[in-house]
Design a protein around this ligand. Structure first.
Ligand code: GLY
Length: 555
Protein backbone atom coordinates (compact mmCIF):
# COMPACT_ATOMS: atom_id res chain seq x y z
CA UNK A 1 0.00 0.00 0.00
CA UNK A 2 2.78 2.39 1.02
CA UNK A 3 4.62 1.67 -2.26
CA UNK A 4 1.53 2.64 -4.27
CA UNK A 5 1.33 5.98 -2.46
CA UNK A 6 5.06 6.60 -2.97
CA UNK A 7 4.75 5.84 -6.71
CA UNK A 8 1.72 8.17 -6.94
CA UNK A 9 3.68 10.88 -5.12
CA UNK A 10 6.70 10.57 -7.43
CA UNK A 11 4.42 10.69 -10.52
CA UNK A 12 2.61 13.67 -9.04
CA UNK A 13 5.80 15.58 -8.23
CA UNK A 14 7.01 14.89 -11.77
CA UNK A 15 3.80 16.16 -13.35
CA UNK A 16 3.75 19.27 -11.14
CA UNK A 17 7.26 19.96 -12.39
CA UNK A 18 6.14 19.41 -15.98
CA UNK A 19 3.17 21.69 -15.41
CA UNK A 20 5.51 24.50 -14.36
CA UNK A 21 7.08 24.37 -17.83
CA UNK A 22 3.81 23.91 -19.74
CA UNK A 23 1.65 26.76 -21.06
CA UNK A 24 -1.93 26.38 -22.30
CA UNK A 25 -1.58 29.02 -25.04
CA UNK A 26 -5.19 30.12 -24.52
CA UNK A 27 -7.04 31.67 -21.59
CA UNK A 28 -10.13 30.68 -19.62
CA UNK A 29 -12.33 33.02 -17.59
CA UNK A 30 -15.56 32.24 -15.74
CA UNK A 31 -17.44 34.91 -13.80
CA UNK A 32 -20.94 35.78 -12.64
CA UNK A 33 -21.47 38.40 -15.38
CA UNK A 34 -20.72 38.25 -19.08
CA UNK A 35 -19.50 41.86 -19.09
CA UNK A 36 -16.96 40.99 -16.40
CA UNK A 37 -15.71 37.92 -18.29
CA UNK A 38 -15.45 40.04 -21.47
CA UNK A 39 -13.57 42.75 -19.55
CA UNK A 40 -11.02 40.11 -18.50
CA UNK A 41 -10.49 39.00 -22.10
CA UNK A 42 -10.26 42.64 -23.24
CA UNK A 43 -7.34 43.21 -20.88
CA UNK A 44 -5.65 39.93 -21.90
CA UNK A 45 -5.90 41.09 -25.53
CA UNK A 46 -4.05 44.29 -24.52
CA UNK A 47 -1.10 42.15 -23.39
CA UNK A 48 -2.18 41.62 -19.77
CA UNK A 49 -1.82 38.44 -17.76
CA UNK A 50 -4.26 36.63 -15.44
CA UNK A 51 -3.54 39.14 -12.66
CA UNK A 52 -4.38 42.13 -14.88
CA UNK A 53 -7.48 40.24 -16.03
CA UNK A 54 -8.43 39.70 -12.37
CA UNK A 55 -8.31 43.48 -11.84
CA UNK A 56 -10.58 43.95 -14.86
CA UNK A 57 -13.04 41.24 -13.81
CA UNK A 58 -13.13 42.34 -10.16
CA UNK A 59 -13.64 46.04 -10.97
CA UNK A 60 -16.27 45.28 -13.63
CA UNK A 61 -18.19 43.12 -11.14
CA UNK A 62 -18.09 46.15 -8.83
CA UNK A 63 -20.01 48.04 -11.52
CA UNK A 64 -22.34 45.37 -12.92
CA UNK A 65 -22.99 43.23 -9.83
CA UNK A 66 -22.78 45.78 -6.97
CA UNK A 67 -25.31 43.79 -4.96
CA UNK A 68 -22.62 41.10 -4.52
CA UNK A 69 -19.18 42.71 -4.44
CA UNK A 70 -17.24 45.83 -5.23
CA UNK A 71 -14.66 48.42 -4.33
CA UNK A 72 -16.61 49.18 -1.15
CA UNK A 73 -15.99 45.59 0.00
CA UNK A 74 -13.22 43.03 0.12
CA UNK A 75 -12.19 39.53 -0.83
CA UNK A 76 -9.53 36.88 -1.15
CA UNK A 77 -7.45 36.58 -4.33
CA UNK A 78 -5.74 33.17 -4.60
CA UNK A 79 -2.89 33.51 -7.09
CA UNK A 80 -0.72 30.96 -8.89
CA UNK A 81 2.29 32.43 -10.67
CA UNK A 82 3.43 30.15 -13.50
CA UNK A 83 7.01 31.46 -13.70
CA UNK A 84 7.98 30.07 -10.27
CA UNK A 85 4.92 28.00 -9.29
CA UNK A 86 4.26 30.26 -6.29
CA UNK A 87 0.81 30.13 -4.72
CA UNK A 88 -0.20 33.06 -2.54
CA UNK A 89 -3.42 34.38 -1.02
CA UNK A 90 -3.91 38.12 -1.25
CA UNK A 91 -6.06 38.94 1.77
CA UNK A 92 -8.15 42.03 1.00
CA UNK A 93 -10.65 41.41 3.78
CA UNK A 94 -12.14 44.52 5.40
CA UNK A 95 -10.94 45.69 8.82
CA UNK A 96 -12.83 47.09 11.81
CA UNK A 97 -12.46 50.85 12.32
CA UNK A 98 -10.65 52.01 15.46
CA UNK A 99 -13.89 53.23 17.05
CA UNK A 100 -15.65 49.84 16.95
CA UNK A 101 -17.62 49.07 20.13
CA UNK A 102 -19.94 46.21 21.04
CA UNK A 103 -22.53 48.70 22.32
CA UNK A 104 -23.02 49.96 18.74
CA UNK A 105 -24.69 46.65 17.95
CA UNK A 106 -26.98 46.53 20.99
CA UNK A 107 -30.37 48.15 21.51
CA UNK A 108 -30.97 50.20 24.64
CA UNK A 109 -32.49 47.09 26.30
CA UNK A 110 -29.24 45.17 25.68
CA UNK A 111 -30.62 42.89 22.95
CA UNK A 112 -28.78 42.60 19.58
CA UNK A 113 -29.50 45.45 17.16
CA UNK A 114 -29.61 43.67 13.80
CA UNK A 115 -30.24 46.94 11.98
CA UNK A 116 -26.93 48.60 12.93
CA UNK A 117 -25.14 45.29 12.28
CA UNK A 118 -26.49 45.11 8.72
CA UNK A 119 -27.31 48.62 7.46
CA UNK A 120 -25.66 52.02 7.52
CA UNK A 121 -22.16 53.11 8.52
CA UNK A 122 -21.70 50.95 11.62
CA UNK A 123 -22.16 47.83 9.48
CA UNK A 124 -19.28 48.74 7.18
CA UNK A 125 -15.68 47.66 7.58
CA UNK A 126 -12.80 49.56 5.98
CA UNK A 127 -12.83 48.31 2.36
CA UNK A 128 -9.97 46.12 1.11
CA UNK A 129 -10.83 45.67 -2.56
CA UNK A 130 -9.22 48.89 -3.92
CA UNK A 131 -5.93 48.03 -2.18
CA UNK A 132 -6.03 44.55 -3.73
CA UNK A 133 -6.46 45.96 -7.24
CA UNK A 134 -3.54 48.36 -6.75
CA UNK A 135 -1.38 45.58 -5.22
CA UNK A 136 -2.11 43.15 -8.08
CA UNK A 137 -1.09 45.73 -10.67
CA UNK A 138 2.05 46.75 -8.79
CA UNK A 139 3.30 43.25 -7.90
CA UNK A 140 1.88 40.72 -10.38
CA UNK A 141 0.39 42.41 -13.45
CA UNK A 142 2.02 43.48 -16.70
CA UNK A 143 -0.21 46.48 -17.45
CA UNK A 144 -0.66 49.83 -15.75
CA UNK A 145 -3.62 49.84 -13.35
CA UNK A 146 -5.41 52.40 -15.56
CA UNK A 147 -5.51 49.92 -18.47
CA UNK A 148 -6.92 47.11 -16.35
CA UNK A 149 -9.57 49.39 -14.81
CA UNK A 150 -10.57 50.88 -18.18
CA UNK A 151 -13.43 48.42 -19.00
CA UNK A 152 -15.08 48.99 -15.60
CA UNK A 153 -14.75 52.77 -15.92
CA UNK A 154 -16.28 52.67 -19.41
CA UNK A 155 -19.22 50.45 -18.36
CA UNK A 156 -19.88 52.53 -15.23
CA UNK A 157 -20.21 55.65 -17.45
CA UNK A 158 -22.02 54.14 -20.44
CA UNK A 159 -24.27 51.94 -18.35
CA UNK A 160 -25.78 48.50 -18.87
CA UNK A 161 -29.12 46.79 -18.36
CA UNK A 162 -29.23 44.91 -15.05
CA UNK A 163 -30.84 41.48 -14.90
CA UNK A 164 -33.45 39.97 -12.62
CA UNK A 165 -31.22 39.35 -9.56
CA UNK A 166 -30.05 42.98 -9.46
CA UNK A 167 -33.61 44.33 -9.82
CA UNK A 168 -34.97 41.92 -7.20
CA UNK A 169 -32.20 42.95 -4.80
CA UNK A 170 -33.27 46.60 -5.19
CA UNK A 171 -36.89 45.66 -4.55
CA UNK A 172 -36.09 43.62 -1.43
CA UNK A 173 -33.83 46.39 0.00
CA UNK A 174 -36.04 49.37 -0.86
CA UNK A 175 -36.63 50.19 2.81
CA UNK A 176 -32.89 50.53 3.50
CA UNK A 177 -32.02 52.16 0.13
CA UNK A 178 -34.38 55.10 0.72
CA UNK A 179 -32.55 55.99 3.95
CA UNK A 180 -29.42 57.10 2.10
CA UNK A 181 -29.66 59.83 -0.60
CA UNK A 182 -26.55 58.58 -2.48
CA UNK A 183 -28.02 55.07 -2.75
CA UNK A 184 -31.55 56.24 -3.51
CA UNK A 185 -30.35 58.44 -6.38
CA UNK A 186 -28.50 55.48 -7.91
CA UNK A 187 -31.02 52.67 -7.47
CA UNK A 188 -34.48 54.24 -7.30
CA UNK A 189 -34.86 56.48 -10.38
CA UNK A 190 -37.91 58.70 -9.81
CA UNK A 191 -38.19 57.09 -6.36
CA UNK A 192 -39.37 53.79 -7.87
CA UNK A 193 -37.87 50.31 -8.19
CA UNK A 194 -36.69 50.20 -11.82
CA UNK A 195 -38.11 47.71 -14.31
CA UNK A 196 -36.39 45.39 -16.82
CA UNK A 197 -34.84 47.44 -19.63
CA UNK A 198 -33.57 50.16 -17.27
CA UNK A 199 -30.02 51.35 -17.94
CA UNK A 200 -27.92 51.61 -14.77
CA UNK A 201 -25.10 54.14 -14.87
CA UNK A 202 -22.70 54.92 -12.02
CA UNK A 203 -20.53 57.88 -13.17
CA UNK A 204 -19.43 58.59 -9.58
CA UNK A 205 -17.93 55.09 -9.32
CA UNK A 206 -16.27 55.68 -12.71
CA UNK A 207 -14.65 58.81 -11.24
CA UNK A 208 -13.60 56.92 -8.08
CA UNK A 209 -12.06 54.17 -10.23
CA UNK A 210 -10.26 56.88 -12.22
CA UNK A 211 -8.76 58.27 -9.02
CA UNK A 212 -7.58 54.72 -8.12
CA UNK A 213 -6.22 54.33 -11.66
CA UNK A 214 -4.27 57.58 -11.34
CA UNK A 215 -3.03 57.30 -7.73
CA UNK A 216 -3.30 53.62 -6.74
CA UNK A 217 -4.13 53.19 -3.04
CA UNK A 218 -4.08 56.92 -2.44
CA UNK A 219 -6.88 57.38 -4.98
CA UNK A 220 -9.23 55.65 -2.55
CA UNK A 221 -7.74 55.72 0.95
CA UNK A 222 -6.59 59.37 0.82
CA UNK A 223 -7.61 62.57 -0.97
CA UNK A 224 -11.03 63.23 -2.45
CA UNK A 225 -12.47 59.69 -2.17
CA UNK A 226 -11.41 59.40 1.47
CA UNK A 227 -12.92 62.81 2.25
CA UNK A 228 -16.25 61.85 0.68
CA UNK A 229 -16.31 58.49 2.51
CA UNK A 230 -15.47 60.06 5.89
CA UNK A 231 -18.06 62.83 5.45
CA UNK A 232 -20.91 60.42 4.62
CA UNK A 233 -19.99 57.95 7.37
CA UNK A 234 -19.91 60.77 9.92
CA UNK A 235 -23.18 62.36 8.75
CA UNK A 236 -25.02 59.03 8.98
CA UNK A 237 -23.82 58.26 12.51
CA UNK A 238 -20.64 56.28 11.95
CA UNK A 239 -17.12 56.88 13.15
CA UNK A 240 -14.28 56.32 10.68
CA UNK A 241 -11.05 58.30 10.85
CA UNK A 242 -8.63 59.30 8.11
CA UNK A 243 -6.13 56.94 9.78
CA UNK A 244 -8.57 53.99 9.48
CA UNK A 245 -8.51 54.47 5.73
CA UNK A 246 -4.86 55.46 5.30
CA UNK A 247 -3.65 52.49 7.39
CA UNK A 248 -5.54 49.82 5.43
CA UNK A 249 -3.17 47.22 3.97
CA UNK A 250 -3.65 44.01 2.01
CA UNK A 251 -1.75 41.04 3.41
CA UNK A 252 -0.03 38.30 1.41
CA UNK A 253 -0.68 35.03 3.24
CA UNK A 254 0.42 31.46 2.68
CA UNK A 255 -2.61 29.55 1.46
CA UNK A 256 -3.51 26.23 3.06
CA UNK A 257 -2.06 23.40 1.07
CA UNK A 258 -2.83 19.69 1.58
CA UNK A 259 -3.02 16.37 -0.28
CA UNK A 260 -5.97 14.03 -0.66
CA UNK A 261 -5.51 10.76 -2.55
CA UNK A 262 -3.04 12.10 -5.12
CA UNK A 263 -4.68 15.53 -5.46
CA UNK A 264 -3.07 18.69 -4.12
CA UNK A 265 -5.55 21.27 -2.83
CA UNK A 266 -4.46 24.89 -2.37
CA UNK A 267 -7.08 27.00 -0.67
CA UNK A 268 -7.91 29.99 1.50
CA UNK A 269 -6.24 30.28 4.90
CA UNK A 270 -7.58 32.33 7.86
CA UNK A 271 -9.19 34.83 8.13
CA UNK A 272 -11.17 32.50 5.89
CA UNK A 273 -12.61 29.55 7.76
CA UNK A 274 -13.22 27.79 4.45
CA UNK A 275 -9.85 26.19 3.85
CA UNK A 276 -9.55 24.92 7.43
CA UNK A 277 -13.02 23.37 7.21
CA UNK A 278 -12.19 21.82 3.81
CA UNK A 279 -8.92 20.31 5.05
CA UNK A 280 -10.62 18.96 8.16
CA UNK A 281 -13.32 17.32 6.03
CA UNK A 282 -10.84 15.75 3.63
CA UNK A 283 -8.64 14.57 6.54
CA UNK A 284 -11.64 12.77 8.05
CA UNK A 285 -12.62 11.27 4.69
CA UNK A 286 -9.09 10.05 3.97
CA UNK A 287 -9.79 7.23 6.43
CA UNK A 288 -12.65 5.78 4.36
CA UNK A 289 -12.54 4.18 0.92
CA UNK A 290 -15.56 6.12 -0.35
CA UNK A 291 -15.44 4.56 -3.84
CA UNK A 292 -16.15 1.14 -2.30
CA UNK A 293 -19.26 2.37 -0.45
CA UNK A 294 -22.84 2.72 -1.69
CA UNK A 295 -24.11 6.28 -2.20
CA UNK A 296 -26.00 6.55 1.13
CA UNK A 297 -22.87 5.52 3.07
CA UNK A 298 -20.62 7.85 1.04
CA UNK A 299 -23.00 10.68 1.91
CA UNK A 300 -23.22 9.56 5.54
CA UNK A 301 -19.46 9.92 6.05
CA UNK A 302 -19.31 13.17 4.04
CA UNK A 303 -22.14 14.74 6.05
CA UNK A 304 -20.59 13.63 9.34
CA UNK A 305 -17.29 15.21 8.21
CA UNK A 306 -19.17 18.45 7.39
CA UNK A 307 -20.93 18.41 10.77
CA UNK A 308 -17.64 18.10 12.66
CA UNK A 309 -15.74 20.65 10.54
CA UNK A 310 -18.49 23.25 11.04
CA UNK A 311 -18.54 22.61 14.76
CA UNK A 312 -14.87 23.58 14.96
CA UNK A 313 -15.23 26.41 12.42
CA UNK A 314 -16.77 28.94 14.77
CA UNK A 315 -15.08 27.80 17.90
CA UNK A 316 -11.46 28.49 17.09
CA UNK A 317 -11.04 30.70 14.01
CA UNK A 318 -10.46 34.43 13.55
CA UNK A 319 -7.94 36.92 12.16
CA UNK A 320 -4.49 35.26 12.32
CA UNK A 321 -2.90 38.64 13.09
CA UNK A 322 -4.96 38.84 16.30
CA UNK A 323 -5.64 35.30 17.51
CA UNK A 324 -3.61 32.15 17.97
CA UNK A 325 -5.50 29.25 16.41
CA UNK A 326 -4.86 25.58 17.16
CA UNK A 327 -4.43 24.77 13.45
CA UNK A 328 -1.67 22.19 14.05
CA UNK A 329 -4.13 20.21 16.17
CA UNK A 330 -7.25 20.75 14.06
CA UNK A 331 -5.48 19.74 10.86
CA UNK A 332 -3.49 16.80 12.25
CA UNK A 333 -4.14 13.19 11.18
CA UNK A 334 -4.54 12.29 14.87
CA UNK A 335 -7.37 14.80 15.29
CA UNK A 336 -9.05 13.46 12.13
CA UNK A 337 -8.71 9.91 13.50
CA UNK A 338 -10.38 11.06 16.72
CA UNK A 339 -13.27 12.56 14.75
CA UNK A 340 -13.63 9.34 12.71
CA UNK A 341 -13.78 7.33 15.92
CA UNK A 342 -16.87 9.33 16.90
CA UNK A 343 -18.74 8.44 13.67
CA UNK A 344 -20.95 5.34 13.78
CA UNK A 345 -21.10 3.34 10.54
CA UNK A 346 -24.89 3.49 10.02
CA UNK A 347 -26.14 6.28 12.19
CA UNK A 348 -26.19 10.07 12.08
CA UNK A 349 -24.55 11.72 15.11
CA UNK A 350 -27.04 14.12 16.68
CA UNK A 351 -25.38 17.54 16.70
CA UNK A 352 -26.66 17.98 20.26
CA UNK A 353 -23.94 15.49 21.27
CA UNK A 354 -21.26 17.98 20.15
CA UNK A 355 -20.58 21.43 21.69
CA UNK A 356 -21.20 24.94 20.14
CA UNK A 357 -24.06 26.14 17.91
CA UNK A 358 -24.95 27.39 14.44
CA UNK A 359 -28.13 28.15 12.48
CA UNK A 360 -28.28 29.58 9.01
CA UNK A 361 -29.89 30.82 5.83
CA UNK A 362 -27.71 30.29 2.76
CA UNK A 363 -27.74 33.46 0.68
CA UNK A 364 -26.77 34.29 -2.87
CA UNK A 365 -24.52 37.13 -1.80
CA UNK A 366 -20.83 37.40 -2.75
CA UNK A 367 -19.31 36.43 -6.10
CA UNK A 368 -16.51 34.21 -7.39
CA UNK A 369 -14.45 34.22 -10.60
CA UNK A 370 -11.78 31.89 -11.99
CA UNK A 371 -9.03 32.69 -14.51
CA UNK A 372 -6.25 30.73 -16.25
CA UNK A 373 -4.12 32.67 -18.73
CA UNK A 374 -2.10 31.52 -21.76
CA UNK A 375 1.06 31.19 -19.63
CA UNK A 376 -0.60 29.10 -16.93
CA UNK A 377 -0.99 31.90 -14.34
CA UNK A 378 -4.16 31.34 -12.35
CA UNK A 379 -6.47 33.42 -10.18
CA UNK A 380 -9.35 32.24 -7.98
CA UNK A 381 -11.11 35.21 -6.40
CA UNK A 382 -14.07 35.31 -4.07
CA UNK A 383 -15.10 38.86 -3.23
CA UNK A 384 -18.03 40.41 -1.43
CA UNK A 385 -19.87 43.34 0.11
CA UNK A 386 -21.58 40.67 2.32
CA UNK A 387 -25.40 40.74 1.96
CA UNK A 388 -27.02 42.39 -1.08
CA UNK A 389 -25.74 45.96 -1.61
CA UNK A 390 -23.80 45.59 1.68
CA UNK A 391 -24.75 48.30 4.18
CA UNK A 392 -26.92 50.00 1.48
CA UNK A 393 -24.89 53.17 2.15
CA UNK A 394 -23.40 54.82 -0.94
CA UNK A 395 -21.49 57.93 0.18
CA UNK A 396 -22.64 60.71 -2.19
CA UNK A 397 -20.14 61.49 -4.93
CA UNK A 398 -18.35 58.11 -4.68
CA UNK A 399 -20.71 55.59 -6.32
CA UNK A 400 -19.23 53.10 -3.82
CA UNK A 401 -21.52 50.59 -2.11
CA UNK A 402 -20.08 50.21 1.38
CA UNK A 403 -20.04 46.64 2.65
CA UNK A 404 -21.80 45.32 5.76
CA UNK A 405 -18.99 42.94 6.61
CA UNK A 406 -18.94 43.95 10.31
CA UNK A 407 -21.79 41.43 10.69
CA UNK A 408 -19.28 38.64 9.98
CA UNK A 409 -17.67 39.38 13.36
CA UNK A 410 -19.19 37.81 16.47
CA UNK A 411 -20.52 41.30 17.27
CA UNK A 412 -22.60 40.18 20.22
CA UNK A 413 -21.50 36.93 21.86
CA UNK A 414 -24.20 34.29 21.39
CA UNK A 415 -26.15 36.22 18.69
CA UNK A 416 -26.08 34.74 15.16
CA UNK A 417 -25.08 36.74 12.07
CA UNK A 418 -26.92 36.90 8.70
CA UNK A 419 -25.89 33.29 7.96
CA UNK A 420 -26.84 32.13 11.45
CA UNK A 421 -23.17 31.65 12.24
CA UNK A 422 -22.19 32.20 15.84
CA UNK A 423 -18.70 32.97 16.92
CA UNK A 424 -16.72 33.34 20.06
CA UNK A 425 -13.82 35.45 21.30
CA UNK A 426 -11.55 34.47 18.40
CA UNK A 427 -13.86 36.38 16.05
CA UNK A 428 -14.80 39.26 18.37
CA UNK A 429 -14.35 42.70 16.77
CA UNK A 430 -11.31 44.83 17.58
CA UNK A 431 -9.77 47.92 15.94
CA UNK A 432 -7.97 46.96 12.72
CA UNK A 433 -9.06 43.31 12.96
CA UNK A 434 -10.38 41.28 10.00
CA UNK A 435 -13.69 39.46 10.40
CA UNK A 436 -13.90 35.69 9.79
CA UNK A 437 -15.12 34.69 6.32
CA UNK A 438 -16.42 31.57 4.58
CA UNK A 439 -14.97 32.59 1.20
CA UNK A 440 -12.97 29.66 -0.20
CA UNK A 441 -11.22 30.30 -3.54
CA UNK A 442 -9.42 27.05 -4.38
CA UNK A 443 -6.97 25.40 -6.79
CA UNK A 444 -6.90 21.62 -7.24
CA UNK A 445 -3.88 20.00 -8.89
CA UNK A 446 -3.70 16.41 -10.11
CA UNK A 447 -1.15 14.75 -12.36
CA UNK A 448 -3.54 15.28 -15.31
CA UNK A 449 -5.60 18.36 -14.58
CA UNK A 450 -5.77 21.63 -12.71
CA UNK A 451 -9.02 23.17 -11.41
CA UNK A 452 -9.85 26.71 -10.31
CA UNK A 453 -13.02 26.57 -8.21
CA UNK A 454 -15.15 28.80 -5.98
CA UNK A 455 -18.65 30.04 -5.26
CA UNK A 456 -20.70 32.56 -3.32
CA UNK A 457 -23.30 31.38 -0.80
CA UNK A 458 -22.43 32.39 2.79
CA UNK A 459 -21.65 29.33 4.90
CA UNK A 460 -22.65 27.02 2.00
CA UNK A 461 -19.58 28.29 0.08
CA UNK A 462 -17.47 25.74 1.93
CA UNK A 463 -19.64 22.71 1.17
CA UNK A 464 -20.24 23.82 -2.41
CA UNK A 465 -16.49 24.08 -3.00
CA UNK A 466 -16.04 20.68 -1.32
CA UNK A 467 -18.62 19.14 -3.69
CA UNK A 468 -16.99 20.90 -6.67
CA UNK A 469 -13.59 19.46 -5.71
CA UNK A 470 -15.10 15.96 -5.35
CA UNK A 471 -16.65 16.31 -8.84
CA UNK A 472 -13.28 17.48 -10.23
CA UNK A 473 -11.61 14.44 -8.65
CA UNK A 474 -14.09 12.21 -10.47
CA UNK A 475 -13.13 13.75 -13.81
CA UNK A 476 -16.08 16.14 -14.22
CA UNK A 477 -15.82 18.91 -16.83
CA UNK A 478 -15.98 22.58 -15.78
CA UNK A 479 -19.69 22.65 -16.71
CA UNK A 480 -20.39 19.46 -14.72
CA UNK A 481 -18.52 20.83 -11.69
CA UNK A 482 -20.53 24.07 -11.80
CA UNK A 483 -23.79 22.11 -12.16
CA UNK A 484 -23.04 19.58 -9.37
CA UNK A 485 -26.13 19.19 -7.16
CA UNK A 486 -25.65 20.79 -3.78
CA UNK A 487 -26.18 19.55 -0.23
CA UNK A 488 -25.05 21.11 3.02
CA UNK A 489 -24.79 20.38 6.72
CA UNK A 490 -23.30 22.91 9.12
CA UNK A 491 -23.69 21.23 12.49
CA UNK A 492 -26.67 23.29 13.63
CA UNK A 493 -29.45 23.34 12.80
CA UNK A 494 -29.14 19.57 12.59
CA UNK A 495 -30.49 19.41 9.05
CA UNK A 496 -29.17 18.36 5.63
CA UNK A 497 -30.22 21.01 3.10
CA UNK A 498 -30.32 19.54 -0.36
CA UNK A 499 -31.22 20.77 -3.81
CA UNK A 500 -34.27 18.91 -5.14
CA UNK A 501 -32.15 16.77 -7.49
CA UNK A 502 -29.25 16.13 -5.07
CA UNK A 503 -30.36 12.63 -3.92
CA UNK A 504 -32.59 10.03 -5.57
CA UNK A 505 -35.58 8.62 -3.67
CA UNK A 506 -33.79 5.46 -2.45
CA UNK A 507 -30.78 7.45 -1.21
CA UNK A 508 -33.06 9.89 0.61
CA UNK A 509 -34.87 6.96 2.28
CA UNK A 510 -31.60 5.30 3.31
CA UNK A 511 -30.27 8.56 4.78
CA UNK A 512 -33.52 9.15 6.65
CA UNK A 513 -33.27 5.63 8.09
CA UNK A 514 -29.83 6.57 9.45
CA UNK A 515 -31.42 9.52 11.24
CA UNK A 516 -30.86 12.43 8.83
CA UNK A 517 -33.41 15.21 8.59
CA UNK A 518 -33.29 16.14 4.88
CA UNK A 519 -34.87 19.43 3.88
CA UNK A 520 -35.15 20.28 0.18
CA UNK A 521 -34.01 23.81 -0.51
CA UNK A 522 -34.36 25.40 -3.99
CA UNK A 523 -31.23 25.86 -6.07
CA UNK A 524 -28.29 27.77 -4.70
CA UNK A 525 -24.75 28.84 -5.45
CA UNK A 526 -23.12 30.55 -8.42
CA UNK A 527 -19.99 28.53 -9.07
CA UNK A 528 -17.53 29.72 -11.71
CA UNK A 529 -14.94 27.15 -12.73
CA UNK A 530 -11.90 26.97 -15.01
CA UNK A 531 -9.97 23.76 -15.66
CA UNK A 532 -6.79 22.87 -17.53
CA UNK A 533 -6.24 19.38 -18.92
CA UNK A 534 -2.47 18.96 -18.84
CA UNK A 535 -2.49 15.86 -21.05
CA UNK A 536 -4.41 17.42 -23.95
CA UNK A 537 -3.25 20.94 -22.98
CA UNK A 538 -6.82 22.25 -23.27
CA UNK A 539 -8.74 24.69 -21.12
CA UNK A 540 -12.38 24.60 -20.11
CA UNK A 541 -14.49 27.26 -18.35
CA UNK A 542 -18.07 27.27 -17.13
CA UNK A 543 -20.44 29.44 -15.20
CA UNK A 544 -23.15 27.95 -12.99
CA UNK A 545 -26.16 26.91 -15.13
CA UNK A 546 -28.45 28.05 -12.29
CA UNK A 547 -27.90 31.68 -13.41
CA UNK A 548 -28.23 33.21 -16.87
CA UNK A 549 -25.96 36.25 -16.28
CA UNK A 550 -22.67 34.33 -15.91
CA UNK A 551 -20.20 33.47 -18.62
CA UNK A 552 -17.41 30.91 -18.76
CA UNK A 553 -15.33 31.15 -21.93
CA UNK A 554 -12.04 29.95 -23.43
CA UNK A 555 -10.28 32.13 -26.02
N1 GLY B 1 -19.52 37.83 3.93
C1 GLY B 1 -19.53 36.45 3.68
C2 GLY B 1 -18.22 35.80 3.94
O1 GLY B 1 -17.19 36.45 3.91
O2 GLY B 1 -18.18 34.63 4.19
Amino acid sequence: MKKIYLAAFVAFAFVLGAHAAQRPGHAAIASAHKLATQAGFEVLAEGGNAFDAAIAVASTLSVVEPQSSGIGGGGFFLLHRASDGRDVMLDARETAPAAVKESQYLKSDGTPNRDTALYGPLAAGIPGEPAALAWLAAHYGKLPLAKSLAPAIRIAREGFQPGKTFLEAISSHREQIVRYPGTKALLLPGGEVPKAGWTFRNPDQAATLERIAAHGNDGFYKGKTAQLLLKAVKETGGDWTAADLANYKVVEREPLDFDYRGFKIVTASPPSSGGVALEEMFNVLSGYDLDKLDRPHQLHYIIEAMRRAFRDHNEYLGDPDFVKMPLDTLLSPQYAAGLRASILPDKATPSSMLPSAVAHDPGMHTTHFSIIDADGNMVATTQTVNTHFGSCLVPPGTGVFLNNEMDDFALVPGAPNAYGLLGNKANAPAPGKRMLSSMTPTFVFSPDRVGVIGSPGGSTIITQVFEGIMAFMHGASAAQIAATPRYHHQYLPDVVWAEPDAFDADTTKALQAMGYDIKPRGHWGFMNVATWNLKTNTLDAASDPRHASGLGEVK
